[in-house]
Design a protein around this ligand. Sequence first.
Ligand code: CAA
Length: 384
Amino acid sequence: MKFTPTEEQLAVQRTAREVAERLLAPKAAARDVSGEFPVAELAELGRLGLLGIAVSDELGGAGAGTIAYSLAMQELARVDASVAVAVSVTNMVAELIAKNGTPAQAATWVTPLVSPDGGLCCGAFALSEPEAGSDPAALRTTAVKTATGWRLDGTKQWITSGSHAGVIVVWAVTDAAAGHKGISAFLVPGKATGLTVARLEEKLGLHGSSTAQLVLDGVEVGDDAILGAPGRGFALAMMALDGGRIGIASQAVGIARGALEAAVRYAKDRKTFGQAIIQHQAVGAMLADAATWLDAAALMTLRAAHLKESGKPFGQQAAMAKLFASEHAWKICDIALQVHGGYGYVRDFPVERMLRDVRVTRIYEGTSEIQRIVIARNLLRSVA
Ligand code: CAA
């Protein structure tokens, strides 16, 4: 067992830390207020290879693997979780198409998505619907065969980067009688005729990330838009989400690390009763718990990343990492705010933003309750 990252993994981590400090940190608080989508920032991250970290270099990615991806995500989320989620979903979409698309689909979508100045901005993952979130097999969007391709109709909900994505993977029913085996995935251009942003959600946190409701009204795509075989869409979504959960666990770890660092800094500077508050046992104990949970969450996340990178089954470990990391990141951010006292509750310090931003990691890409279902089902299968 090795706990030391390779030189290449460290290089990706350093790149992410440097760009996070240089490009994201100065604007993170302002972006939280303005809600401005980070178009220019994503272009720069693309130039640095951070939009396709685990995508092969032949396709324009960094070819650096899932551990490097997790380390980079942690660095970005430590500073600005809104930018990090756009990066996470883009990496997920790029990997999904790279692994399951035809060479032509990879050339059309993956390379422009992950390469410097590819022009696609970011990717989006349009699975959820107003009445199909935790239970995506219940989705209602339809794809009907036409002479030249497919016509898509329906509504997609909670779509991260849905307002800016150059390519959107859209899941739709192609055979209503076949249940989850009648769901297929389609590669839809963000500017497709008939595709509109019906609503942008006003959220508790992640204000610099767009969360869109998308309406597909007779969107026509060619035969070459289907990803994998018809009816394979549900399995593709589940596989992509297994990997996506490593991204969200990494995001949670990163936000929690940013909050804990801020809390330790504050607790060293702030004095009460004649000493730095970190010297008070009550404060020290809270920070000790937070540091321990953070370490455990990071180790679980990197183990899941290691298994994925090694080509071994990792769904169970990814679900456990996401469950533990997101639940504990929430507690860590709460401790960080508490340590700041009243100053934690106002915008002069970053921890109130981090507490709001981290909350959704317990919800998206599978709620904590869904992770427990995945974990329990695997436990059931693991005993004879
Ligand atoms: N990998 C590959 N295949 C899988 C799989 C996996 N991890 N999990 C399930 N499958 C396959 C099963 O093998 C089965 O296939 P067969 O019929 O061929 O045997 C099929 O999928 C159906 O499996 P289940 O009966 O277990 O499916 P289910 O309907 O009971 O659901 C679930 C299982 C795990 C709860 C699933 O519904 C789930 O993950 N729900 C949460 C969805 C989710 O995470 N949504 C997030 C939306 S995306 C988002 O948030 C993105 C964003 O923008 C940030």
